[in-house]
Design a protein around this ligand. Structure first.
Ligand SMILES: Cc1cc2nc3c(=O)[nH]c(=O)nc-3n(C[C@H](O)[C@H](O)[C@H](O)COP(=O)(O)OP(=O)(O)OC[C@H]3O[C@@H](n4cnc5c(N)ncnc54)[C@H](O)[C@@H]3O)c2cc1C
Length: 589
């Protein structure tokens, strides 16, 4: 059974990151630690009572397709109704478009809980948030008035239709056509892998579709964004089917309850679509909203890794096998007493908690960017958030996969058997490092756009400020040196890579993923060390939750000794590993 990690989320949000400071801004004046805690507790109840019980049954039954419709597994419709009736679809949505306007950092913490409870279910609201964001950013007042209310209330769901058979990572290759037809366009083409492209949760589905207007320039500069509803509203308020259909759904490794659809637009007279923003600027709009969507997928990785940790932790305490080395015992003991099982569990625990710290730190930067009255501080927060998004997405999803695999290992043979549930967690999680841009695409973004656009200034500043922040704990006798040393190394490796980007870009891109992972492990060390130091301070002043705080310090120490060395070895790869990639003969691979 999944239990929301409310205590740790609270500690990260309100003690380590001090998210409650947002209440000093006009935009988030209503926010407080009490409000945040109450939201987390309600979300935790929804996760345990409604979402988690459908996780395994949804996986077994899966979504099913017949002719043109998709039927969701038993219980999903009811869960969705409860989800929207409780107003959850509106939590992080801006107040000016009908949402509750809560900070993104608390909405992200809640998302983590729900992804942990039922990833396949949560993809539906996550995609709707993406559609809301795209319309909010780029839609005309008329389009917003027409589509946002039903999306925000959850009466309709939303989708993102980007991928085509020959346009995956390379969206410049999009071939779906848009033909002008008066005040709207006719859309023709096929999209694949569309999450919740069809389902029976709501009557209408609002698709956002990337397409190329006839005569548009080739490449990325010729792509436009359209809103294409499944059903079109008539003047009398009735709904008629638009010319689009779900041709089939994929049979896939995991997230079986999330329908992954092949969509056909314009088989007959053309699907009616409305241009969002200006023609040929579609990809730009997608990139603006991708900050949130990619952060959301990073958070997804953290949620499923937490689920796996809970599964492994329970298993390790109940499975009895052998007499552990160093313990005098008449009878065999639970496997948690074997040093290696403890090592694996500690890796999972400190891994999940460090990813959570970085994910929520990045979300908080987005909130600061949108609420600080000091324009310069807001600008710095925005560029910091944008820098961190590919790291959170890439590092958290890649590492989540490894950590979940460790969770399977802790289960032994039973981990490979579906009955224990960890196999599903591993199957479900695998996609997170692939969709919303694979890890290589995140690393390209980190190097090409995020480091490239300001010559590394945002990254260098962050590594310097993080060192200063940790230095404050040195005066209180705490050992922060390993994390500071790692931050110094990240600073130096970044400078090295910046030179490579100018002089030998192929070499730089050959080690972009190791660099991204190094960033994650190093920033994880910074935030984990801060959290341990804060826990130490709280213990000194007699904080009542001794066990929780001691656990923090214990896993922080483990992180430094067992995880942080990965950053040093990745630094070696970044400095020395490019040529063996660049010079490799592809015929010999
Ligand atoms: C379950 C599921 C749900 C999805 N949901 C949606 C959705 O709702 N909407 C939507 O539009 N799409 C969706 N997708 C599509 C998803 O976003 C793409 O699969 C993903 O972006 C990768 O594209 P691709 O599959 O074409 O892989 P490819 O682009 O063919 O990539 C294959 C490999 O080549 C590497 N590669 C490609 N280009 C580069 C490069 N420039 N530099 C370095 N390496 C590169 C990749 O990293 C990867 O390892 C979904 C996919 C799945 C499986």
């Amino acid at each position: 059974m999944y239990t929301a990690p409310i205590k740790d989320l609270n500690f990260v949000l309100h003690t380590v990151l001090n998210a409650n400071a947002l209440s000093s801004t006009t935009r988030y004046a209503e926010y407080s630690a009490d409000v945040g805690t109450a939201i987390l507790e309600e979300a935790g109840k929804f996760a345990t009572d409604v979402l988690d019980p459908l996780n395994a049954s949804g996986d077994r039954a899966g979504a099913t397709h017949s002719t043109q419709s998709v039927t969701m597994p038993a219980g999903f419709r009811d869960a969705y109704e409860q989800f929207i009736e409780s107003g959850w679809s509106q939590l992080g949505v801006e107040a000016d478009i009908g949402g509750q306007g809560m900070p993104h950092v608390i909405a992200s913490a809640v998302e983590e809980i729900w992804f942990g409870a039922n990833m396949a279910f949560m993809l539906c609201p996550m995609l709707a948030s993406g559609a809301i964001e795209a319309l909010r950013i780029a839609g005309s007042e008329e389009l917003k008035a027409r589509f946002l209310p039903e999306l925000v209330s959850g009466v309709s769901t939303g989708t993102m239709n980007l991928t085509e058979p020959s346009a995956g990572s390379d969206l410049a290759a999009v071939r779906t056509r848009a033909v002008e037809a008066g005040d709207h366009y006719k859309i023709y083409g096929q999209k694949i892998f569309i999450t919740y492209g069809e389902h029976d949760l709501t009557e209408n589905i609002i698709h956002l579709v990337l397409a190329r207007i006839d005569g548009a320039p080739a490449g990325v500069k010729g792509i436009s964004l359209f809103v294409v509803p499944k059903k079109l509203k008539q003047e009398d308020g009735s709904l008629v089917l638009n010319d689009l259909r779900c041709v089939s759904i994929e049979h896939k490794m995991g997230i079986h309850a999330s329908p992954t659809c092949v969509m056909s637009f314009g088989d007959k007279e053309g699907a009616t679509g409305y241009l969002v923003g200006e023609a040929h600027h579609g990809l730009e709009y997608m990139f603006i909203m991708m900050n949130r969507a990619r952060l959301g997928v990073g958070i997804q990785g953290i949620g499923v890794a937490e689920r796996a940790f809970q599964q492994a932790s329970t298993w390790a305490r109940t499975r009895v096998q052998g007499k552990p080395v160093g313990i005098k015992s008449e009878k065999p003991l639970a496997i948690i007493h074997h040093p290696d099982v403890r090592r694996m569990l500690l890796t999972m625990k400190c891994g999940v908690q460090s990813m959570r710290l970085l994910g929520l730190y990045a979300a908080l930067q987005l909130d600061r960017a949108h609420s600080l009255e000091d324009a310069q501080a807001a600008k710095i927060a925005l560029s910091r958030a944008e820098l961190l998004v590919p790291i959170v997405k890439g590092w958290s999803t890649e590492w989540a996969n490894e950590l979940i695999s460790t969770g399977v290992q802790i289960h032994g043979g039973m981990g490979y058997i579906e009955e224990t549930g960890i196999a599903q967690t591993m199957r479900d999680a695998r996609i997170a490092a692939i969709y919303e841009g694979t890890t290589a695409i995140q690393a390209n973004d980190l190097l090409g756009r995020k480091l490239g656009r300001d010559h590394g200034a945002t990254m260098l500043r962050l590594t310097e400020e993080a060192q200063q922040e940790l230095n404050r704990f040195t005066s209180q006798g705490m050992n922060v040196e390993p994390a500071i040393k790692a931050l110094r190394e990240l600073h130096d490796v970044t400078e090295f890579l910046l030179i490579q980007l100018t002089n030998a870009p192929t070499q730089a891109y050959a080690v972009s993923v190791p660099y991204l992972m190094m960033c994650g492990f190093t920033m994880g060390a910074w935030l984990t060390t801060s959290a341990s130091c804060i826990a130490t301070q709280l213990l000194k002043i007699g904080h009542e939750d001794k066990e929780f705080l001691e656990g923090k310090i214990q896993s922080g120490q483990f992180y430094i000794e067992h995880v942080l060395p990965h950053a040093a070895s990745l630094a070696t790869v970044v400095r020395n590993g490019a040529n063996s990639v660049v010079d490799a003969n592809v015929d010999l691979i």
